[in-house]
Each structure stands twice: as C-alpha cells, then as structure tokens.
Design a protein around this ligand. Structure first.
Ligand SMILES: Cc1cc2nc3c(=O)[nH]c(=O)nc-3n(C[C@H](O)[C@H](O)[C@H](O)COP(=O)(O)O)c2cc1C
Length: 159
C-alpha cells in the first residue's frame, strides 16, 4: 500500500492533471472527490450555484465516501479556489473527513485570488496538521514545464 494519499477535486481538469502528475512521481494513491451533480463548466454559472449553496449553508452531496486515512503516513490535498477559498465539494468533504493525525500538504489552483484558502483549510480540516500551501496559478498550469518544476520544487521541500 502507498504511504501517501492524494485527495483532490477538479471541475475542469486542471487539478486532475496536477493530481496525476504528483501520483506518478510519488507512486501515491489517488482519491477523487466527486459531487453527485457536476457543476457547470462555465465559471460564472458554477459560481452562481456555489454562492447560493454557501448562502443557504447547503453544500453539495458527494458520490464518494470518505477514505480511511489511518492507513497513510501523509495526505496531499488539492483543489481550485472558489470565491477566494476552498471549493464547495471539498468543503463538503472536509465536513465528513477525519485526517487521522496525518500531516496534510495542500495545493490550490486559481487565477489571482486565493486569500482565504489556507486559513479556512486550517479551520475546516479535522485531525490533521496543515502544512505550507503550493499555489498554482493558471499561467503555471498552462505551461507544462513550469508546472512540472513547481511540483518538483514543492515535493523536494516536503519530502
Ligand atoms: C465557482 C468558481 C469560483 C471561482 N472563484 C475563483 C476565485 O475566487 N479566485 C480565482 O483566482 N479563481 C477562481 N475560480 C477559478 C478556478 O480557481 C479555476 O477554474 C480552477 O482552479 C480550475 O481547476 P479545475 O480545472 O481543477 O476545476 C473560480 C472558479 C469557479 C468554477
């Protein structure tokens, strides 16, 4: 069994690409968080829904159960910034998840604003130690060489 579990959510594929790349480099297990109802691929349409969910306090229902994290030595946790913070599907996941005392290494993908991501993650994550955040902007995500070296640099720091 792998030592590292990568948990991620991706709506339009960027985080999936990051998760797959890290999984390959570390020989890690992958766990994709999936909402029952996928969000619109159009950012603003998705934002309307996400905002309404936040206002009503109703986070999305997930297709997936929470994995048993006590089997792992560390967790890598990645997803997009939505409204400066954690995406709704990952917020729903965090409500249910027990990180079993593991160190948790987060990454986030975004255009230009993720200001509340790390603070909120520290507040919402249950029973894990949240480490430094790897921030990946669209410029980096759209350039395979930059993305690869950002990931390698981060993995070198956290190993
Ligand atoms: C509902 C929604 C809200 C978003 N809010 C932000 C934001 O506050 N700041 C930002 O820089 N990007 C924002 N974005 C852009 C996403 O961060 C970007 O689409 C995401 O990182 C792409 O990852 P994915 O392909 O794995 O879904 C938002 C996107 C969506 C769909």
């Amino acid at each position: 069994m792998a030592e590292t579990l990568i948990i991620y959510y991706s709506s339009t594929g960027y985080n999936q690409k990051v998760a797959n790349s890290i999984a390959k480099k570390l020989d890690a297990d992958l766990f994709e968080v999936k909402p029952v109802k996928p969000y619109d691929k159009d950012m603003w349409a998705a934002w309307d829904i996400a905002q309404a969910e936040r206002k009503s306090g109703q986070l999305p229902e997930l297709q997936t159960n929470v994995p048993d994290m006590s089997q792992y030595q560390r967790i890598i946790f990645g997803g997009p910034a939505w409204g400066y913070t954690i995406s709704n599907p990952l917020q729903a996941f965090l409500k249910q998840a027990d990180f079993a005392g593991n160190p948790v290494y987060p990454w986030v993908t975004f255009y230009d604003h993720d200001e509340q991501y790390l603070t909120d993650l520290k507040q919402q994550l249950n029973n894990g130690q949240v480490k430094d955040l790897l921030e990946l902007t669209m410029g980096v995500l759209n350039d395979d060489q930059s993305l690869n070296s950002a990931i390698d640099h981060w993995l070198e720091k956290i190993k």
